[in-house]
Design a protein around this ligand. Structure first.
Ligand code: NAP
Length: 347
């Protein structure tokens, strides 16, 4: 059982089931937070003070190095609602602990399109803005309205609008300032803006091919969601069966000269021009060409159907994950002179 309003956090909590890579480790202290009020009381009454803090959502973007000697706050604030509506948009709010995929499904069943491309991304609503999740041509920043976060230093609730979040590619102020690591601001709810003037985003080759295979010429939002789910299920391992943390590396963005050099040497290299003139490369392609697709190092390997995903084949530790990460980084650097940076958080 998790901590209650009146009880102290739990001591020595086993985190193996709280991270989707199923890595072993214990938290010195652990508390499950189910409401903003509980979080506020927790800050004022329990005054965690100088204790190291880590805010855990779905644990789907986490590499556990072993035992954590601080306090893990597991965000389990649920609930979702229509917060408002005008001629332009629906405004939809959800608790930080809601499952992201379930929330997307709920908006679609309500008839409010806009988040369909982000179906089946693992994790929670509260984690979505932190790394500005994105897929198949849509980033959450484009549907974001605002969020509420508790300032753990003062216990006050602060509203962040889109500008305050400083979104970038898989990036936000929470990462830029390191707040996702030190737990300074704990997100309690997020509000999304779903424009009524909806347009299908079905340009990514895999989604277009999936819709074409089903003879869907002009897809609605639910059909796009179904196509995204089908593509992701085919390519990506289900953490319940094969522990993993989704894409393990960022897709690197390189300058034009580097892209030109690589394209000359490797004409098949996928290379996507960015608004700022640089080029985004597919990390999975680089990893595959470096020989790591489906290849293991100890109990971990790069997944055979999608080289960007690292999987735990059983009994892996955080050290095994780091060893494979470094081997892949080294070989991609040796072959392409491109640096890969990991996407998950290391605790
Ligand atoms: P993918 O579709 O094989 O794409 C690989 C790379 O090529 C990505 O960098 C992707 O950009 C880019 N790309 C492909 N088609 C493109 C197009 N038509 N226009 C511009 N760029 C294009 O990637 P995947 O690994 O199988 O993942 C599928 C989708 O899920 C991708 O969009 C990926 O970014 C996303 N994803 C997101 C997260 C997350 O938010 N944490 C985690 C895993 C995967 P983009 O990355 O900009 O799409």
């Amino acid at each position: 059982m998790a901590a209650t309003d009146s009880g102290w956090p739990l001591a020595g909590f086993d985190l193996a089931r709280a991270n989707t890579l199923a890595l072993p480790g214990h938290a010195a202290l652990y508390a499950e937070i189910t409401s903003a009020d509980q979080l506020a009381r927790f800050v004022s009454e329990r005054s965690p003070g100088s204790l190291r803090r880590f805010v855990l959502g779905g644990g789907s973007n986490l590499v556990l190095s072993g035992d954590f000697d601080g306090l893990v706050l597991h965000m389990a604030i649920g609930g979702h609602e229509l917060a408002g509506e005008d001629d332009e948009a629906w405004y939809v709010r959800a608790g930080a602990g809601e499952s992201w995929h379930d929330f997307v499904g709920w908006t679609l069943t309500q008839g409010w399109p806009g988040l369909e491309n982000l179906s089946l991304i693992p994790g929670t609503v509260g984690a979505a803005p932190i790394q500005n999740i994105g897929a198949y041509g849509l980033e959450v920043a484009e549907r974001f309205h605002s969020l509420t976060a508790c300032d753990m230093d003062s216990g006050e609730f602060v509203r962040f609008d889109r500008a305050a979040c400083r979104f970038g590619y898989r990036d936000s102020v929470f990462k830029q300032e390191g707040w996702h690591l030190d737990g300074r601001f704990v997100i309690t709810d997020v509000t999304f803006l779903l424009p009524k003037a909806w347009q299908a985003l079905a340009g990514y080759a895999e989604i277009a091919a999936e819709l074409a295979a089903q003879s869907i010429a002009s897809a609605d939002a639910r059909q796009i969601a179904a196509a995204v789910v089908a593509v992701r299920r085919r390519k990506l391992p289900d953490p319940a069966q094969i522990p993993n943390a989704g894409s393990f590396f960022h897709n690197p963005v390189v300058d034009v000269a580097t892209a030109g050099r690589l394209r000359a040497a490797y004409p098949a290299l996928p290379c996507y021009p960015q608004a700022d003139g640089r080029c985004k490369l597919a990390a999975g392609w680089l990893i595959e060409q470096a020989g790591w697709k489906g290849k293991a190092l100890g109990p971990v390997s790069m997944y055979e159907k999608q080289a960007l995903v690292m999987i735990n084949r059983g009994g892996a530790t955080g050290a095994d994950v780091r060893a494979l990460m470094q081997a892949v980084q080294r070989d991609v650097m040796d072959k392409f002179a491109v640096a890969l940076t990991p996407e998950p958080i290391f605790l």
